[in-house]
Design a protein around this ligand. Structure first.
Ligand code: HEM
Ligand SMILES: [Ca+2]
Length: 313
């Protein structure tokens, strides 16, 4: 697989000797951030996803514009949306104090994603480590490879398969939408004109839709925020899947998991009924996603500051 093709592989004990306190430092700062901003875990979890889907889990998403680098932060999925960059930088700073030039930004993203899941009530897992950081970014990759909320079921599945992920990974990882927010602009189409005929999405509960319309008008309010899981927005649980069954998934990309494919629908039902089954698969799929094309060995570098490469040529 891609993960082994690069001549190195990831393992959870990677920093056990070089930076034994690394995991504890990440966890402490994630916990502190959660206490100040209960949305932060969701934002951190999403950063890891948006990193891994573009050139692999190499912290490319963290780079600012500089030299020849065109930042992924300006892509359609990330612009006015991705957040948590300052917190990642704070973690990096603490790790540079403890063990300079040792822990990669890509590994920080993977650890922060796990700790974010745990602190909101979700499952835990050992995070394979040893990723190195990219020396470049890909704005076009970010625009093309990350699924959009109005993509069809088939397009979304194809984008996952391109990363070596399958239908089970798609459904379980979408369960991340059990926490966090979405902007009005990401689902407005469903409220007013889903298929170009001036009618709302019929797979959206009409009472729920009328509530959403109040804060997400036909025009204006693009950045207004909504819970992805209205039932338990700060708790990592299986309410996301229960919502899909009652046609209260917020994004079209959520609801299609229940409405457009038989196998996917069965998985949604399973996870709605059995939180443990969801948690177990989520942990496995997160490890799988974290293994997308890591840079190992002599490839890449260990950035000193996550928002820029060590040397600009
Ligand atoms: C399956 C395809 C997916 C699509 C189309 C999608 C799309 C979106 C959209 C549109 C938002 C709201 C962004 C905004 O309006 O600002 C969002 C938020 C979020 N996504 Fe996804 N997503 C997908 C899969 C995933 C995966 C695999 C993960 C993590 C493993 C994830 C984690 C999150 C989280 C946690 C949030 C909330 C972030 C916050 O509150 O800051 N998503 N997603
Ligand atoms: Ca990346």
């Amino acid at each position: 697989s891609k993960a082994y093709g690069s001549g190195g592989y990831l393992f959870p004990q990677f920093y056990d000797h070089s930076c034994p306190k690394a995991q504890e430092i990440v966890q402490t700062i994630v916990a502190k951030a959660f206490a100040q901003d209960p949305r932060m875990p969701a934002s951190l979890l999403r950063l890891h996803f948006h990193d891994c889907f573009v050139k692999g889990c190499d912290a490319s998403i963290l780079l600012d514009n500089s030299g020849t680098i065109i930042s992924e932060k300006r892509s359609n999925p990330n612009r006015n949306s991705a957040r948590g960059f300052e917190l990642i930088e704070e973690i990096k700073h603490a790790l540079e104090q403890e063990c300079p030039e040792t822990v990669s930004c890509a590994d920080i993203l993977a650890l922060a994603a796990r700790d974010s899941t745990v602190i909101t009530g979700g499952p835990s897992w050992d995070v394979p480590l040893g990723r190195r950081d990219a020396r470049g970014a890909s704005l076009s990759g970010s625009n093309n490879d990350i699924p959009a909320p109005n993509n069809t079921f088939q397009t979304i599945l194809t984008k996952f398969k391109r990363q070596g992920l399958n239908l089970v990974d798609l459904v379980s990882l979408s369960g991340s939408h059990t926490i966090g927010n979405s902007r009005c602009t990401s689902f407005r189409q469903r409220l007013y004109n889903q298929s170009g005929n001036g009618k709302p999405d019929l797979t959206l509960n009409q009472y729920y839709a009328s509530m959403l319309r109040k804060q997400c008008p036909r025009s204006g309010g693009d950045q207004n925020l909504f819970f992805l899981d209205f039932a338990t927005p700060f708790k990592f649980d299986n309410h996301y899947f229960k919502n899909l069954i009652t046609y209260k998934g917020l994004l079209s990309s959520d609801e299609v998991l229940f409405t457009k494919n038989k196998d996917s629908r069965e998985l949604v039902k399973l996870y709605a009924e059995n939180q443990e089954a969801f948690f177990e698969q989520f942990a496995k799929s997160m490890v799988k996603m974290g293994n997308i094309s890591p840079l190992t060995g002599a490839r890449g570098e260990i950035r000193r500051i996550c928002r820029r490469v060590n040397h600009v040529y």
